[in-house]
Design a protein around this ligand. Structure first.
Ligand code: B12
Ligand code: SF4
Ligand code: SF4
Length: 364
């Protein structure tokens, strides 16, 4: 890849709103397959059965798409303008994690990745190197157009270790990717390509002796630094886990009703965080600190309207109101009992159980 093409790629990605771009090889982190296997063998993925499926692809990007020769990793900041933890101290309000206070990032990032990818194909032109190497002659006559595939979050791709290998930063003790320039409030996206691009130098770990994220976790979800038992993580419990939450863990949810940011917010590198350029990540007024009493009254139709375009819509009314009921149970506000009482007869059994639990907590 010519240095010009790389510089132009970085410029194009920045123009699209990405704050960092790095390149790695699909086989740059051979140890991820074994680490993923250990994670799943310990049962740390809980009921995210999709993590145990297609492990051969998730653990080995070269198996996912054998034609890929390079992986471009990109970071998109969603840094909060407000103190992300302020709402956690308001018992009558629900705390929604920063990334979900407005539009769903999946759609936004994917569109940007596609624009960068299409630009790259056009800018790079036919892949004459491959044609020359393939034995067809003369080189150029059989040149193939380069190809790309874009991924954000939902594909069987381990984005964090690839981003670290591409030099975007390092996986912190909270397991997320962070960097000295961006802190940790950013999403990741990937462009796999058949183009042979010069890889960047992997990121170096700068956690040092810090343990702020581990100490901040309300549920002790880290069995060791850099390793997460998802079954204890509030993000997993409020978003991914479908059934009732273990009674012993419910009090630790506090008023967190969708995701959790405690470990991210604790990281001292956030003092260097870059502002989010995308206005659609800025907290919506009605999602910054919504009243639990009002949320408990949502029926299916009002839930769908309220969360149209938001990632929260994906979990559906039942699971969301289950979380609201746990938060009401943790609020200590007896006046909230009236709001949760009708839910104790809801046909959704997980929700009605959560509501009864809340009522019994408030009656003590
Ligand atoms: C599954 C998943 C979850 C699960 C599990 C999280 C986890 N840490 O695995 C749950 C639902 C809990 C979750 C929560 C969150 N998630 Co999530 N999640 C994912 C997803 C889909 C896959 C992650 C994965 O592969 N996990 C499997 C484990 C095995 O991988 P790992 O964390 O990298 O584990 C490493 C360590 O265990 C380490 N390790 C293991 N043993 C050893 C031994 C040694 C010696 C060493 C050094 C290391 C080591 O190596 C492993 C491999 O790198 C990715 C998107 C994607 N496709 O990659 C988003 C992703 C990681 N999530 C993201 C976000 C934003 C979140 C939340 C902040 C959302 C929120 N506010 O609620 C929280 C953060 C919780 C946390 N502390 O991790 C972002 C993170 C962006 C970033 N800057 O890193 C991602 C990348 C989505 C995206 N495209 O932006 N998530
Ligand atoms: S997201 Fe919350 S519960 Fe999960 S590891 Fe971080 S601090 Fe712990
Ligand atoms: S809080 Fe400290 S230990 Fe955790 S990721 Fe940030 S620097 Fe690393």
């Amino acid at each position: 890849m010519s240095e010009n093409l790389k510089a132009d790629l970085i410029a194009k990605a920045r123009e699209e709103g990405f704050a960092a771009v790095g390149i790695t090889r699909p086989d740059a982190v051979p140890e991820i397959a074994q680490r993923l296997a250990a994670f799943v063998a310990r049962g740390w993925h809980g009921d995210m059965a999709w993590m145990a499926e297609r492990m051969a692809w998730r653990g080995d990007p070269s198996a996912l798409w054998p034609a890929a020769r390079s992986v471009i990793m990109l970071a998109e900041p969603y840094t909060p303008q407000e103190d992300p933890m302020a709402v956690v101290g308001m018992p009558e309000r629900g705390a929604i994690s920063v990334y979900a206070r407005n539009r769903d990032y999946h759609d936004i990032v994917k569109k940007r990745l596609k624009r960068v990818g299409r630009w790259l194909i056009e800018r790079a032109g036919p892949d004459t190197t491959r044609a020359a190497n393939s034995g067809n002659s003369p080189a150029g006559l059989t040149a193939e157009p380069p190809r790309i595939k874009v991924f954000v979050d939902t594909a069987p791709v381990m984005e964090k270790p690839l981003a670290a290998a591409a030099g975007l930063g390092w996986q912190g003790k909270h397991t997320n990717l962070l960097s000295r320039e961006l802190g940790n409030w950013f999403f990741l996206g990937a462009i796999f390509t058949t183009l042979d691009l010069a890889p960047d130098v992997p990121g170096e770990d700068h956690c040092g002796t810090c343990t702020a994220c581990l100490d901040a976790c309300p549920t002790n979800a880290f069995p060791a630094p850099g390793q997460l038992d998802a079954r204890r993580c509030i993000s997993y419990l409020t978003i991914e886990h479908k059934g009732p939450v273990d009674e012993a863990l419910r009090p630790h949810l506090g008023n967190r009703i969708y995701g959790c940011d405690d470990c991210l917010a604790a990281c001292p590198w956030n003092k260097f965080a870059r502002e989010a350029q995308e206005a659609r990540y800025a907290a919506r007024d009605d999602l910054a600190a919504p009243r639990l009493a009002e949320l408990a009254g949502l029926d299916d139709a009002t839930f769908r309207t309220r969360f149209s375009g938001s990632p929260i819509k994906r979990i559906g009314r039942g699971r969301f109101l289950r979380n609201v009921a746990y938060a009401i149970g943790n609020s200590g506000e007896k006046s909230l009992a009236e709001a949760v009482r009708p839910l104790a007869c809801d046909p959704d059994e997980v929700l009605s159980d959560a509501a009864r639990w809340a009522l019994s907590r408030l009656s003590k």
